[in-house]
Design a binder for this molecule. Structure first.
Ligand SMILES: [Zn+2]
Ligand SMILES: [Zn+2]
Length: 172
């Protein structure tokens, strides 16, 4: 069973890791820890844009977190705004087959339960990439590419049948 650690600046209800496990069809085991990333955020902040350089942070951390405390994947939930070159912003980043997923929450904010659902979707989406999934053309699938917050709200936390079938083989 693959082990996932969520390090988060955002406070979630205690059943949050269980929800991540549920939507990943219990293929994984999830733990969660509260922390802050003030040091990393200031190190990777683009002062001119006021945003965190998501891809630079990912490149810096990726080789450093492989096998971190015995976890297969690490998810950082960063309460800030991130971008990659060529985009105004990103909700999250992860490499195909990578060990790390970053989720940026500033543009996901809303009423509490909506906020948590949006973050849950972005975590599942980036974990999907880290396990090897590409984007999906089904707008209801969590692997659909979110260009806007409306896209995120329209898609489910669920993986479509096709993506879940693929995920089952990839996670093994
Ligand atoms: Zn994506
Ligand atoms: Zn899909």
């Amino acid at each position: 069973m693959k082990k996932i650690l969520i390090l988060t600046e955002v406070e979630f209800p205690s059943n949050f890791p269980r929800q991540v496990e549920h939507y990943l069809n219990d293929l994984v085991q999830v733990e969660m820890k509260r922390t802050d990333f003030e040091g990393l955020k200031s190190q990777f902040r683009d002062v001119r844009r006021g945003q965190v350089r998501a891809d630079a942070l990912l490149d810096y951390l990726e080789p450093r977190v492989r096998g971190y405390e015995g976890f297969d994947k690490l998810v950082l939930v960063i309460d800030d705004d991130g971008y990659v070159e060529g985009f105004n912003f990103v909700f999250g980043v992860a490499r195909i087959g990578g060990a790390l997923a970053l989720v940026f929450t500033k543009r996901l904010r809303g009423e509490r339960s909506l906020y948590h659902t949006r973050i849950l979707k972005e975590i599942l989406h980036e974990l999907g990439h880290s396990f090897g999934l590409d984007h999906c053309t089904d707008p209801k699938c969590v692997m659909y590419f979110s260009n806007t917050i409306e896209d995120t709200d329209k898609k489910g936390p669920e993986f479509c049948r096709r993506c879940m079938t693929r995920l089952r083989t990839l996670v093994r």
